[in-house]
Design a protein around this ligand. Structure first.
Ligand code: HEC
Ligand code: HEC
Length: 206
């Protein structure tokens, strides 16, 4: 079989049990047994390891992180993973997060959120919330690409309240009214799956 065919078969039928075992072996020390970001060494890392229970991730984002790691953080690239193992790990990580898309917010809420985002967040997170703002290259850990990661509302409010240690993401909650907070949460969640190159609308799948 060609390597491409092997990859396609692996992606078609990922082995969740294998993914779970690999996760326990290679990831849990930082990301925690359940993926909640609370592994035994987590407290010593800045920024802390990602919490997989509070976000949905696209497959291409996870492939990218396994290939490259995350610059400016302790997240190591994972070279030498067999395609089937990579697919199994990705499926396992995706299984830890929310299963369903969050409810879609009314248009005025989204419009307010988009406006707040363009004023306060786009310099780092990018005009299209894809992590490519003009200030992105000046910060250590690159800003989150929300077209490929969809954090829960609770996670977004938590980050806005406390910031993320060891990164350019500072606490910003005090700058926002309650309505602006609701708006920016809804807007961030709404861009997941958006194709920035074509401008195609977001869809719900990972
Ligand atoms: C040495 C500790 C460590 C190990 C081992 C580790 N990670 Fe990470 N990981 C981190 C840290 C720290 C981050 C950065 C958190 C952030 O994105 O701000 C991170 C980020 C990530 C992200 C990106 C999250 C995002 O927000 O985009 C993914 C995906 C990920 N890790 C998956 C894995 C997988 C899968 C494994 C096992 C194959 C693994 N990690 C092993 C520490 C670790
Ligand atoms: C100065 C640059 C900067 C600005 C301005 C900024 N951010 Fe961030 N933000 C970052 C960086 C860098 C990260 C990645 C930190 C990490 O994941 O470790 C981040 C991460 C986040 C996360 C965490 C996503 C996750 O779960 O991994 C949320 C939510 C967020 N930003 C929302 C916002 C919102 C909303 C605004 C505007 C009100 C904003 N940010 C403004 C740089 C910025």
């Amino acid at each position: 079989m060609s390597p491409l065919l092997v990859t396609m078969l692996a992606l078609a039928a990922p082995d969740l049990a294998r993914g779970k075992a690999l996760f326990a072996e290679r990831c849990a020390v930082c990301h925690g047994e359940t993926g909640a970001g609370d592994g035994t060494v987590a407290a010593s890392l800045s920024p802390p390891p990602a919490d997989f229970t509070r976000a949905r991730f696209s497959t291409d984002r996870l492939l990218h992180v396994l290939r490259e790691g995350v610059p400016g953080t302790a997240m190591p690239a994972q070279p030498g993973l067999a395609p089937a193992d990579r697919a199994a790990l990705i499926a396992w990580v995706q299984s830890l997060g929310p299963k369903a898309a969050p409810p879609k917010a009314p248009a005025p809420v989204l419009a307010l959120g988009e406006n707040v985002f363009s004023i306060r967040c786009s310099a780092c997170h990018g005009t299209f919330a894809d992590g490519s703002g003009p200030s992105a290259s000046r910060v250590g850990r690159p800003p989150t690409d929300f077209t490929r990661k969809q954090p829960t509302k609770e996670r977004i409010v938590d980050v806005l309240t406390h910031g993320i240690r060891g990164t350019a993401m500072t606490p910003m909650r005090r700058l926002l009214s309650d309505a602006e907070l609701d708006g920016v949460v809804a807007y961030l969640q709404s861009v997941y799956g958006r194709n920035v190159a074509t401008g195609a609308a977001a869809e719900s799948g990972p």
